[in-house]
Design a protein around this ligand. Structure first.
Ligand SMILES: [Zn+2]
Length: 152
């Protein structure tokens, strides 16, 4: 059954985020916001400088590679404590997860991205289709990098 465009575009957030951290390193690990609208998605991460054009090209290349791999996406249901023991603060974003939430659904794509997320995802990276980075913007005042993309 084909996945809805929202599910594909949402899953793409995790792929793009993984590629950003893969290329720019741990300094880019904190997402400050993320949004999906139809086939359009945007993710913002804290980062201490404007990335070079080469780095953006490399992020796109890594995204393409991960989709071509058709890697299996794992969803783990576990307690917050167990998730923290296993993945540390990598499961979190910059915006806090309320303390009242103690049972987590965790998106896990080995060696790529892990994130507490209770939304629906594709089963493999290939099911997303394609992801094209359409725009990047670095906000100096906030030290935030925004990456926009289209899923097709
Ligand atoms: Zn998700």
């Amino acid at each position: 059954m084909p996945m809805s465009i929202e599910v594909r575009t949402h899953t793409a957030l995790h792929i793009v985020k993984g590629a950003i951290v893969n290329v720019l390193g741990e300094d880019a690990k904190w997402s400050t916001s993320a949004g999906v609208n139809g086939s359009h998605g945007r993710i913002a991460v804290e980062f201490n400088r404007k990335p070079t054009d080469e780095e953006i090209t490399e992020i796109q290349r890594k995204v393409d590679q991960k989709i071509a791999e058709d890697a299996k996406i794992e969803i783990h249901q576990l307690s917050r404590k167990d998730a923290e023991d296993r993945w540390g603060d990598w499961i979190y974003d910059k915006f806090p997860l309320p303390e009242s939430i103690q049972q987590l659904s965790v998106f896990y794509l080995p060696d790529w991205n892990v994130n507490a997320c209770n939304k629906k995802h594709t089963e493999t990276t290939g099911q997303i289709g394609s992801i094209k980075i359409t725009k990047t913007r670095y906000r100096n005042s906030k030290q935030v990098l925004e990456v926009s993309y289209e899923v097709a």
